[in-house]
Ligand binder design. Structure first.
Ligand code: A3P
Length: 308
């Protein structure tokens, strides 16, 4: 694990060096997408693993065997991580890929492709809390310092994987350039997992019978995933993820930011959000004083090429 404390910088964004090199970024940028590919795109801690499980279960028509026997990084490798080419060499059937890369790095590779792109966004206040706790257990990420320090770095966009704001804006504002694009939020999945699975199945043109959907829903619940070693990262050695310092499947809730942010931190964040997102087609929807969600401006006005 010689590279655990190494940071790799690419196009101004820092990444963990044990998973990425300049060559692996180049591989992602030069990737030849096939029309049958599905690409899950997220900023870290936005529900990546959850969507990997949902797509796996939709593709298997609710049959849990694959989800319970193959680790998520083999089912849906991250395009930019070093092991991706080896995984793809031996994979069978339509390919499921994952990426945390910003849009501009994959724009050329995706151009003209009919690959299906699923973008999952999450309330950034919950993202930063989840990411902070993840830094404590993930030895390949820098020491996050205090929550306040980490929050400032997150708002400035200097954390690993770059600015959340740029990531979300980059992908959603270019949705019209992507042939098949589905935008969905962690909050949608949390509020209505069944309906979210239906959206994914319709987007993937993979219809499921009611009992298959119910089986998929059961496997994608927080408690099932928390106990499934193929997705809860307990297979990852202690020197990479220190499970005594936290769990990957931590809380799985919306609105957890409220027990972590001070009022002042929340106000500062809202200001940064307002200024960063003022030209975006996304906005916070305050469902009730206790909860926020990030949705497209109106339910009837989907993002361009919003295929489901
Ligand atoms: P918390 O740290 O808030 O609990 P990612 O996979 O992008 O790294 O995101 C991890 C976050 O998604 C964690 O959030 C994790 O608990 C949550 N998550 C994963 N599976 C989930 C599920 N089935 N239901 C709800 N949340 C889930």
């Amino acid at each position: 694990m010689a590279r655990l404390d190494v940071t790799e910088t690419f196009h101004g964004i820092t990444y963990p060096g044990h998973l990425h090199t300049q060559d692996t970024f180049q591989y992602a940028m030069d990737f030849k997408f096939q029309d049958t590919d599905t690409l899950i795109v997220t900023y870290p801690k936005s529900g990546t693993t959850w969507m990997q499980e949902m797509v796996t279960l939709v593709s298997s028509k609710g049959n849990p065997v694959r989800a319970q026997t193959q680790p998520n990084w083999l089912r849906a490798p991250w395009l930019e991580q070093y092991y991706c080419p080896d995984v793809l060499k031996v994979s069978q059937g339509p390919r499921l890929l994952t990426t945390h890369l910003p849009y501009q790095l994959l724009a050329t590779a995706l151009q003209g492709s009919k690959a299906k792109v699923i973008y999952v966004a999450r309330n950034p206040k919950d993202v930063v809390v989840s990411y902070y706790h993840f830094h404590k257990m993930a030895n390949f990420l820098p020491n996050p310092g205090t929550f306040s320090e980490f929050l400032n770095a997150f708002m400035e966009g200097t954390v690993h994987y770059g600015s959340w704001f740029d990531h979300v804006k980059g992908w959603t504002s270019n949705a019209g350039n992507i042939h098949n694009f589905l935008y969905i939020t962690y909050e949608d999945m949390s509020e209505d997992l069944h309906g979210s699975l239906e959206r994914v199945s319709s987007f993937l043109q993979c219809p499921l019978a009611e009992e298959e959907l119910t089986s998929a829903e059961r496997c994608c619940s927080f408690s099932s995933m928390r106990d499934n070693s193929m997705v809860n990262y307990t297979l990852v050695p202690e020197d990479i993820m220190d499970h005594s310092k936290g769990k990957f499947m931590r809380k799985g809730k919306t609105g957890d930011w409220m027990s972590n942010f001070s009022e002042e931190q929340s106000r500062s964040f809202d200001k940064v959000f307002a200024s960063e997102m003022c030209e975006s087609s996304l906005e916070f929807v305050w469902k009730n004083p206790e909860e926020t969600s990030l949705k497209s401006r109106t339910d009837t006005e989907p993002l361009p090429h919003h295929a489901a």
